[in-house]
Design a protein around this ligand. Structure first.
Ligand code: ARG
Length: 407
């Protein structure tokens, strides 16, 4: 009788390589390995592809998801200026849904009943994989080998790997747990688990330290069309090429490092370091343009939507009715977010120094303190009177009744 099939989210690393053997031996399944290219640093995805087959997978696929990741995922994150806890631009939380989408597609194509991922039981990524899979196909069953097996320590893992013919990297394993893609890089574990310890320079690979950055400022002009980056220094470019270029430019100028304590969905606080030079730059520029073109009440209301968007996506609910509705709101706000933003990088800083748009709501004649002022100062008097009327009434009554108050 043919064996049941499982589609495994495969990275080529030790953990997911052990997963291939484990799924075959402990669960008696045929494994289909799927590795996604989301723009992570790698030593060649062909090697990853072949390694899965060497380990006995019946099928191995490497899927270039970068374009789709930009068009359908990062564009929405940028429209929402998405920053979890106002700091973290959701690097890992954004790549999981695009990977999930492909895992589910491959499961449907190959008739697999199961999908497996290599996440441990302690992080957010397991939640993102599983909620995503459930939302796209509630009938699929999920296996999380690393949550079931008892290989809790590195030596136990290595012993299992050696026993089952899984190649163990000869180089000493990095003390850090890394996850990266086009939108940046997340670094955890090792010395970083001490929140008082300054991150050693070797955790960073995308950004220089501010001290080592060039001594002269570097100016960059980013153009947007309907909220999507479409040009760099006057030259039309794709969103993906702009992300890549900004990772490079901001990175070499020492901009884009984050060191934070983060509240995981599973209830623990963790110390996280990120390098997100391109993401932070593009969110900053995008916000600067929105400041110019979005009407005040809309801009203010959107800030709340942005926080909800980021928390919802962080918590694994990319494919959910709430997130879909929030996208609808954000997308409606992006119609007129077209124009240019000028930034100056210098030794770890990125400052917005200019913005322009044909949809700009900045009106010189209303804003100026110089000649040409058309602002009606006389209207201010009545405006203040009515705007303050409820508060004034309250203050008067409070005084009359002698009610104690804080003021
Ligand atoms: N804390 C971040 C998040 O939850 C980063 C997770 C990184 N994942 C990893 N496997 N190292 O989005």
């Amino acid at each position: 009788m043919a064996k049941d099939r499982v589609v495994l989210a495969y990275s080529g690393g030790l953990d997911t390589s052990i997963c291939i053997k484990w799924l075959q031996e402990e669960k008696g399944l045929d494994v289909i390995a799927v590795a996604g290219d989301v723009g992570q640093q790698h030593q060649g995805l062909q090697i990853v592809h072949d390694k899965a087959l060497d380990l006995g997978a019946i099928d191995s696929r490497v899927i270039d998801m970068r374009e789709e990741f930009c068009e359908d995922f990062l564009s929405k994150a940028l429209a929402a200026n998405a920053m979890y806890e106002n700091k973290y631009p959701l690097v890992s939380a954004l790549s999981r849904p695009v990977i999930v989408k492909h895992l589910v597609d491959v499961a449907h194509e190959t008739g697999a009943r199961y999908i497996a991922h290599g996440c441990t039981g302690k992080g957010n990524d397991q939640v993102r994989f599983e909620l995503g899979i459930q939302a796209l196909d509630p009938e699929l069953e999920i296996i999380a080998p690393a949550r079931e097996w008892d290989l809790l320590t590195r030596p136990a893992e290595i012993a299992y790997a050696e026993k089952h013919g899984v190649p163990v990297p000869a180089t000493k394993a990095s003390p850090y747990s890394i996850d990266d893609n086009l939108w940046g890089r997340a670094i955890e574990c090792g010395i970083l688990e001490d929140p008082w310890a300054e991150p050693p320079e070797d955790v960073y690979t995308m950004t220089s330290g501010a001290h080592d950055a060039p001594a002269a400022p570097e100016y960059v002009e980013i153009s947007f069309e309907h909220g999507i980056p479409c040009g760099l220094n006057g030259e039309p470019k794709s969103f993906m090429d702009i992300i890549l270029a900004m990772n490079e430019i901001a990175g070499r100028n020492g901009f884009g490092r984050i060191d934070m304590i983060e509240n995981r969905l599973v209830g623990v606080k963790s110390r996280e370091c990120y390098e997100v030079p391109g993401a932070l730059t593009l969110i900053q520029a995008h916000k600067a343009l929105e400041d110019l073109v979005l009407e005040r009440d809309l801009l203010h209301y959107k800030l709340g939507i942005e926080q909800t968007w980021a928390t919802t996506v962080y918590n694994g609910l990319w494919f959910s009715p709430l997130k879909e509705a929030l996208d609808g709101f954000c997308s409606a706000t992006q119609q007129l977010v077209s124009g240019d933003v000028r930034l100056r990088f210098y030794k770890g800083s990125c400052v917005t120094v200019g913005r322009r748009s044909k949809y700009s709501l900045y009106d010189y004649s209303l804003a100026t303190y110089d000649e040409g002022d058309t602002f009606d100062r006389d209207a201010a008097k009545g405006f203040i009177e009515l705007h303050g009327l409820p508060n004034k009434t309250w203050a008067r009554r409070r005084k009359e009744t002698g009610t104690p108050g804080q003021i």
